[in-house]
Design a protein around this ligand. Structure first.
Ligand code: C5P
Length: 315
């Protein structure tokens, strides 16, 4: 076997700038329209050879390390599909809040697919990995793309938007993880099926600018998350008000929660808002959006010069 050197990559978090739930699908999932946005907050993943099978380790003792972990599932399925005999050891340094609506698990899975495709010399690329990514999780395909993108169907049909959103982002963790499946189950109870969405289409096609443009976006999972976790209601109101007062052009919950975010045009006002939220006792981060180009460049840099195991040797 070719000695493959371990590779370190970063798996970025995402926000849902807006999210509409259009109805329940026959496969039990929900039909969505969402605007995804990658941000510069990442888990750090080291991937190297292992004698056989997939070994997963993490600095977060709460993280499941077997089938329940999307990164494990992604690696295991890729290995089986491609008929690879070599194993892989995956170490995840968790920086993205778990069960926070920031897509950390899905991003880890996509990162593992991109890295193993290279380390094992499979040459599948993004398009070859796409079907497998969809099977691993609804948000995984988006992380093969990144940037500002429209997500349709289960969120797994993704289209890059011509106009990439750029801004500074304050994330606020109210310290109360919420299960995605539980939030979607609450949505089902309250859903009014609709054929056409309004705000997402307007956002995609509109020539509105700044706060006016972002103001039309809503997250239709937020209500369901607050029914699932009523102890969050007061925090939600307070956090959103503080972000808005600080000058955010958009302040919402991300995905199924429970992380909230504020999008700011200026870094200084974002930094001030972060400080105010920390002063109020919240865990907060200051970061920025990553455009499609920035996301692509980052991946190209991470994978450049990686010595791959010749497929004949690893399979
Ligand atoms: O695909 P993923 O594992 O990320 O989804 C987690 C859960 O969220 C699913 O099991 C499903 O209950 C719910 N979900 C949904 N509709 C979507 C995406 C997720 O109902 N479009």
């Amino acid at each position: 076997m070719v000695a493959v050197k371990p590779l370190t990559v970063r798996a970025c978090a995402k926000l849902n700038l807006g999210l509409e739930v259009l109805g329940r699908r026959e496969d039990g999932y929900h039909e969505l329209r969402t605007i995804f946005q990658t941000i510069d907050l990442s888990d750090v993943i080291r991937i190297g050879p292992a004698p056989s099978g997939i070994e997963l380790a993490s600095d977060d003792p709460g993280l499941p390390l077997g089938e329940a972990n999307l990164a494990y599932r992604a690696a295991d399925q890729l290995r089986r599909r491609a008929g690879v005999r070599a194993g892989a050891r995956i170490e995840i340094r968790k920086r993205i809040p778990v069960a926070g609506g920031l897509g950390g698990g899905s991003s880890d899975a996509a990162a593992v697919l991109l890295a193993l495709d290279r380390l094992w010399g499979l040459g599948l690329g993004r398009s070859g990995l796409w079907p497998l990514a969809r099977r691993v999780g609804a948000d995984v395909p988006y992380f093969l793309l990144g940037g500002t993108a429209l997500g349709l169907a289960r969120g797994d049909e993704v289209y890059p938007l011509a106009e990439q959103v750029r801004g500074h982002v304050v994330l606020v963790d109210p310290g109360r993880p919420v299960s995605t499946a539980a939030v979607f189950a609450r949505v089902a109870e309250r859903l009014t099926p609709r054929e056409n969405s309004s705000t997402i289409s307007r956002f995609v096609s509109s020539d509105l600018r700044g706060a006016v443009r972002f103001g039309i976006l809503a997250n239709e999972l937020e209500q369901a998350a607050l029914v699932e976790a009523p102890d969050l209601v007061g925090h939600a109101r307070r956090i959103r008000a503080m972000l808005a007062r600080g000058g955010a052009v958009l302040a919402r919950m991300s995905g199924s929660g429970s992380t909230f975010f504020g999008l700011f045009e200026g870094r200084a006002e974002a930094a001030e808002a972060k400080q105010a939220l920390e002063g109020a006792g919240y865990r907060a981060w200051l970061t920025r959006t990553l455009s499609l180009r920035q996301y692509r460049d980052r991946w190209a840099r991470s994978l450049r010069g990686v010595r791959t195991g010749a497929s004949g040797a690893t399979r």
